[in-house]
Design a protein around this ligand. Structure first.
Ligand code: BMA
Length: 865
């Protein structure tokens, strides 16, 4: 019920604001947000209707019941007209005398999507053309005391795109631009417009080319001077002392004797007294923190944050204050040549410690961006933390995320790999576009540079490999090879200008210390990443695109795996939200509209055949698709971690969805955890036992992200499906810190002692101080060949000390892939989609209070055929 919640919240906020004051919401002394009384209509046509700001045309049409839910069935098809016409928004707001009398008044447009002409009291004050930019307009001369009118015309991004496309004259590759679905034939216009790539469609997303005021509009008024920005960075940490540089950018309209005081958690650490001239100036304050509390990625320590406050005084009167929350840490991308000179490392070192990056790729959480709430961000980021992840990659086909996203990553210790917003396309070489890209980069790097969570800026997603300039035997079909040499040179020159010149220069000018990586994946200077390269990062899509079996994840081990993945369907309760019963067939028109990968269904079926029995019905197919996905990705995560420290990162594709769809995500649009999310939580656990089955042996690895050696017992038990123990061994081991170690190898024949492989389950447990810290269940055959029997599960409900409902399950025989639902919907549970071992209790706790026990249902793999 995500949409309803968001809508309700919007209404509540609007209501609250209108009580506080009419028209303008004062959120800081001199800052007011223009967020109410907005109206919109198709440009010059029809009546004005109420609008929500921030918002989008599509969601405003929906709220006014002019269109139906864009995500329902095949509604998307009927809504393609929206991006072909112009729209206009208007509001009036009152500017009180006090504000109006300020010397300087600017209006800040934090996000206009995209081609927007802005009129203030009938004067044009801005022509915007880049969704990612922050536009600041000096508005004093256009404003009046009292009532003012703001009017914004959004030109169709498609009409504008087509104009630019025709003017440029050379069609450029843009694989995911679903121009045909938008009625544009082969005219892929997306690359001409600085707007989120996924709005034009992707292989997990619909095509809704939105328009609107997608981030707040604020009035910012000040006299004499203001602190425009405060940038705080850790320059080094040596001998228990952190050297910090705080740079205040000050905007002055009055020269005079100024004083800037810098405080750390309220205590003064620096003071600068200076005579400042009119205009923009920077004041640098350096200070030290003795015995600093460092910011650590989750799992390695506290993600400690300090508050740095800068106060600006004119003639000893406080005139402005800026507060920054940031962490003290150093973060570096380490690329060291290997001893054998055959490759280079690729890992992140935080505070001098190499950190294995565990996590996923993050896409925008909705097509209609202003619908994404703080709660949504919390759910995704908390899910990452609960799943033992420490890194998310903000992928280049979406947006530079909202501040809240990074604030949560800062708080929770999630490292962010931040792409610039370029993906799977080549871009024109027009100077206007390049200037716009430069300004967009400056805006966003400046906005985000105080976040300790961001450890890397990366130029783009997959363009270097797709074009393959450095190796003409490779590259995506229809890209470089389809152009004559002169055009290839022109297109590649544009690439080099953006990714080898503009963007790295902005990162180095605007930050002190953040690394820039030109493309993901890349093998390094003038070398394209392949599945075999021993440097840089890699996206391994052999599993899926090339139909490699899951076991190949063990073969293609890169230095850092920044993408790999496998699709699944969302659970039945989610599918029900966008379908009617007659759609319940994977190949139906509606299901196909919610499966955007051309090979998606085929691949799922192909892999399913190798691993699972043919599911008996639609619902079973959805559920088994999730088991399949989790099985494949488990193989990958464990292979990457077992190969630590050669491989130092594993980010699967993809964490979340932007609408209800079949995709590579581990959480669906309604934030339901898929089987893969529960699996990731186990496979990413800080200390993990990982058995690798070969033809005749099992190799038992233990992977640890902890920084201390630990004594443990490695217990290995082979049992049949009735719980009869076939063999059991215990080994005392020393778990090595921050690496992976092979601790034990066993012959399968000895483990299973003459039993049939399809009737044996192997339980590996790691016990530290009598506590099981990791367990892993292994089979010697595919699920389809296991001799499972009809489960008889005994359920016992109890209430935990903190009032939560608990459910204990027990069965005399093995139950594979237990799936628990309440009222037909999966819930956030302490575990789900797990194997229940014979004669062993498994207790699950429900996060929601007061559940109706009679509505709890349990199914398992046995029930699917
Ligand atoms: C990678 C991503 C996305 C895409 C995914 C699945 O290439 O970067 O572009 O959605 O694979 O095909």
């Amino acid at each position: 019920m995500k949409r309803i919640t968001k809508k309700t919240i919007n209404i509540l906020i609007t209501f609250f604001i209108s009580i506080v004051m009419t028209n303008i919401n004062i959120n800081a002394l001199n800052k007011v947000e223009i967020n109410s009384d907005w109206q919109f209509r198709q440009s010059n046509i029809g009546e004005w209707l109420s609008a929500t700001v921030p918002g989008t045309v599509h969601t405003d049409l929906l709220h006014n019941q002019i269109i139906e839910d864009p995500y329902y069935r095949t509604n998307e098809k009927d809504l393609q007209w929206i991006d072909k016409v112009d729209w206009e928004y208007k509001t009036t707001f009152n500017l009180d005398e006090a504000l109006f009398n300020k010397q300087n008044i600017e209006i800040i447009f934090n996000g206009l999507d995209t081609y927007a002409d802005v009129y203030l009291n009938n004067s044009k004050i801005l022509s915007a053309d880049n969704m990612f930019r922050t536009w600041k307009v000096d508005a004093k001369q256009f404003l009046k005391s009292g009532k003012n009118e703001l009017h914004i015309v959004f030109h169709s991004p498609i009409t504008k795109g087509l104009e630019l496309y025709e003017k440029f004259g050379l069609p450029l590759p843009a694989n995911n631009d679903q121009s045909e679905n938008g009625g544009l034939g082969k005219n892929r216009v997306s690359v001409h417009t600085r707007k989120a790539g996924y709005h034009y469609g992707w292989d997990w997303g619909p095509r809704f080319v939105t328009s609107g005021i997608w981030r707040p509009i604020e009035i910012n008024a000040w006299d004499t001077a203001q602190i425009e920005d405060s940038y705080v960075v850790t320059q080094s940490i040596k001998d228990n002392t952190a050297q910090i540089a705080a740079t205040a950018t000050i905007n002055l309209s009055t020269e005079g004797n100024y004083k800037l005081i810098t405080k750390l958690n309220g205590k003064k650490v620096a003071e600068n007294d200076t005579v400042l001239q009119e205009g923009e100036q920077e004041i640098k304050s350096n200070f030290n923190i003795k015995n600093p509390k460092l910011w650590w990625p989750v799992g390695l320590g506290e993600a400690h944050l300090y508050t740095v406050t800068q106060e600006l005084y004119l003639n000893n009167t406080l005139i402005d204050t800026k507060e920054t929350k940031t962490g003290v840490r150093t973060a570096k991308l380490i690329q060291k040549e290997d001893a054998d000179k055959n490759g280079r490392s690729f890992y992140f070192e935080v505070n001098g410690i190499p950190v294995f990056g565990k996590g996923a790729n993050y896409i925008p959480n909705d097509l209609f961006l202003p619908r994404v709430t703080l709660e949504d961000y919390k759910t995704v980021i908390n899910s990452a933390v609960e799943s033992n992840m420490n890194m998310l990659r903000v992928w280049g086909g979406g947006i530079y995320e909202n501040d809240e996203f990074y604030e949560l990553c800062d708080e929770k210790g999630i490292m962010v790999w931040q792409d610039f917003m370029f993906a799977c396309s080549m871009y024109p070489d027009t100077p206007e576009l390049q200037e716009s890209i430069k300004q967009e980069a400056i805006d966003n790097v400046q906005r985000l540079r105080n976040h300790p969570s961001i450890v890397l800026w990366c130029g783009n997603n997959e363009i270097e490999v797709a074009w393959s300039e450095y190796d003409h035997t490779r590259g995506w079909g229809g890209w470089r090879k389809s152009y004559p040499r002169a055009q290839q040179n022109k297109i590649w020159a544009a690439y080099e200008t953006i990714f080898h010149d503009i963007l790295p220069k902005v990162v180095s000018a605007e930050t002190d210390a953040i690394d820039y990586w030109k493309s993901s994946p890349s093998a390094g200077p003038e070398q394209v990443a392949t599945d075999e390269t021993r440097s840089g990062d890699n996206h391994y899509w052999g599993v899926w695109h090339k139909q490699h079996p899951f076991s190949e994840f063990n073969k293609y081990i890169p230095r850092f795996m920044s993408e790999y993945g496998f699709q699944s369907f969302p659970e039945f309760s989610t599918v029900k939200k966008y379908t009617v019963p007659s759609d319940w067939d994977i190949e139906s028109e509606v299901m196909a509209a919610h499966q955007r990968s051309g090979i998606g269904n085929l691949r799922i079926k192909q892999y399913m055949e190798s691993h699972y029995k043919d599911p008996k019905d639609f619902e079973s197919f959805l559920y088994v698709s999730q088991l399949l996905q989790a099985k494949g990705i488990k193989e990958a995560i464990e292979a990457h971690r077992r190969n630590m420290p050669f491989c130092m990162g594993s980010l699967y594709w993809q964490m979340n969805d932007c609408w209800p769809v079949a995709s590579w995500s581990s959480m669906d649009y309604y934030n339901n955890w898929k089987a893969q999310q529960y699996m990731a939580k186990k496979a990413f656990e800080p200390i993990h036992v990982s058995p690798k089955v070969t033809d005749t042996k099992v190799e038992f690895y233990v992977v640890s992200d902890k920084l201390k050696t630990q004594k443990a017992v490695l217990k290995i038990t082979a049992m049949d499906f009735n719980g009869k123990i076939i063999s059991s061994t215990k080994n005392n081991i020393n778990i090595q810190p921050n690496t992976s170690t092979l601790h034990h190898t066993a012959e399968i024949a000895i483990l299973i002692k003459g039993h049939q492989k399809e009737e044996v389950v192997l339980l590996s447990e790691l016990i530290i101080k009598n506590k099981i810290v990791s367990e892993n269940i292994t089979y010697f055959f595919e699920p389809k060949d296991l001799k499972l029997v009809k489960p008889e599960i005994i359920k016992t409900f109890s209430i935990s000390k903190d009032g939560k409902t608990q459910l204990t399950l027990r069965s005399k025989t093995l139950v594979k892939d237990v799936f628990i639902t309440l009222n037909g919907t999966s819930l956030k549970l302490s575990d789900n989609y797990f194997d229940l071992l014979p004669n062993m209790d498994k207790t699950i706790s429900f996060e929601t209070l007061g559940i109706d026990k009679s509505k709890v249902e349990i199914t398992s793999l046995f029930d699917t055929y």
